[in-house]
Design a protein around this ligand. Structure first.
Ligand code: F6P
Length: 357
């Protein structure tokens, strides 16, 4: 009898359930006798022994369901080695609970921080297999994470809808897209939605260049300008600040987010009426799109296969159109950024998209 623990950690995304279902279906299909233990609310469930036994019924009908049937939470890697408020050693507690349940393996579905903790547990001797989850697509070691394509769909839909109202009113519109410190989501949704300006953290912007792009559109007779701004976008000026100086600036920041600062500057410089739309967590919600359903199911099946082969210490990943396994130690602590030299950026520029650089 195999005993497998499973948890979903960090910000949720579409296709978490599809991925878990993939793991379970693969192992069940092999004929292996298995018990699944679902830890609730991320690593917290493993730390505080909060779990429930999962049966095949739990995985029925969840392929299309957004969110996670196990719940999730953020357990920052930075403080994972620090005791909790009652003095509990969190890493030791996770190990104890794993051994108490006599688990053969722990399956972690998570983004960057969660993969670091997965690697730590693996280094501590637990059998761990992980899957790459995040709408940000910023995980090192994989070309694609599940959740990303669905979030691109949502953000694109927002840009599509904004287009018509921007046209009616002849306004400049900013759509702020999630993505944490990277620009994958903004770049892809921006291109899919036909944004005129795309601002991503990897390419610091100059506000004058953005205003020039708007004015050039005015001259060509365009009634509106659509700007997709990554939540982590940064100006050229701010990019030159030291970490300390930037922190100080942000401590006194009067805007709810960078989009509002950009909006005010554009309004003052060009006289245009500017509006900001922030779809926020909508981008992580709802059902996974067909791509993510297929992708997460494939990743789940391959993760299940690794477990059946007793190959531990890996994240299943997508590289050059194939599903592969990547050692957890190779990915932990690294972010995957958009390269400003990437061909997609060059092609976007050929299409006339302004990156503000
Ligand atoms: O990592 C996913 C993500 O949605 C980021 O794009 C965003 O910066 C962050 O999570 C928001 O975090 P929270 O849900 O904790 O507000």
């Amino acid at each position: 009898m195999m005993r497998i623990g499973m948890l979903t950690s960090g910000g949720d995304c579409q296709a978490l359930n599809a991925a878990m279902r993939g793991v379970v279906k693969c192992i069940a299909h092999s004929g292996e006798q298995v018990e699944f233990y679902g830890f609730l609310n991320g690593y917290k469930g493993l730390i505080y022994s909060d779990f429930r036994m999962l049966t095949s019924k739990d995985f029925s009908g969840i392929l299309t369901k957004g969110g996670t049937i196990l719940g999730s939470s953020r357990t920052p890697f930075k403080t994972i080695r620090e005791p909790d408020e009652n003095g509990l050693d969190k890493v030791e507690a996770m190990k104890q609970n794993y051994y108490k349940l006599q688990l053969d393996c722990l399956v972690v579905l998570g983004g960057n921080g969660s993969q670091k903790t997965a690697n730590l547990l693996s280094e501590e001797g637990l059998n761990v297999v992980s899957l790459p989850k995040t709408i940000d697509n910023d995980l090192w070691g994989t070309d694609m994470t599940f959740g990303f394509q669905s979030a691109v769909d949502v953000a694109t839909q927002v840009i599509d809808n904004i287009h018509t109202t921007a046209d009616s009113h002849g306004r400049v519109f900013i759509i702020e897209v999630m993505g944490h410190k990277v620009g994958w989501l903004t770049l892809n949704a921006g291109l899919a939605g036909g944004a005129d300006v795309i601002l991503i953290p990897e390419i610091p912007y100059d506000i004058d260049k953005i205003c020039e792009a708007i004015e050039a559109r005015d001259k060509r007779g365009s009634r509106f300008t659509i700007i997709a701004v990554a939540e982590g976008a940064i100006s050229k000026k701010d990019a030159k600040l030291s970490k300390k100086e930037y922190k100080e600036k942000m401590a006194d920041y009067k805007y709810p987010s960078v989009s509002y600062e950009i909006a005010e500057k554009i309004q003052n410089k060009t006289g245009h009426e500017v509006r900001v739309t922030v779809p926020g967590h909508m981008q992580r919600g709802g059902a996974p799109d067909p791509y993510d359903r297929v992708f997460a199911s494939r990743l789940g099946a391959e993760a299940g296969q690794l477990i059946l082969n007793k190959e531990y210490g890996y994240m299943v990943a997508y590289k050059n159109r194939e599903i592969v396994k990547v050692p957890l130690s190779d990915i932990a602590g690294k972010l995957k950024y958009v390269s400003p030299d990437a061909s997609i950026i060059q092609e976007a520029k050929m299409l006339g998209v302004c990156f503000g650089d």
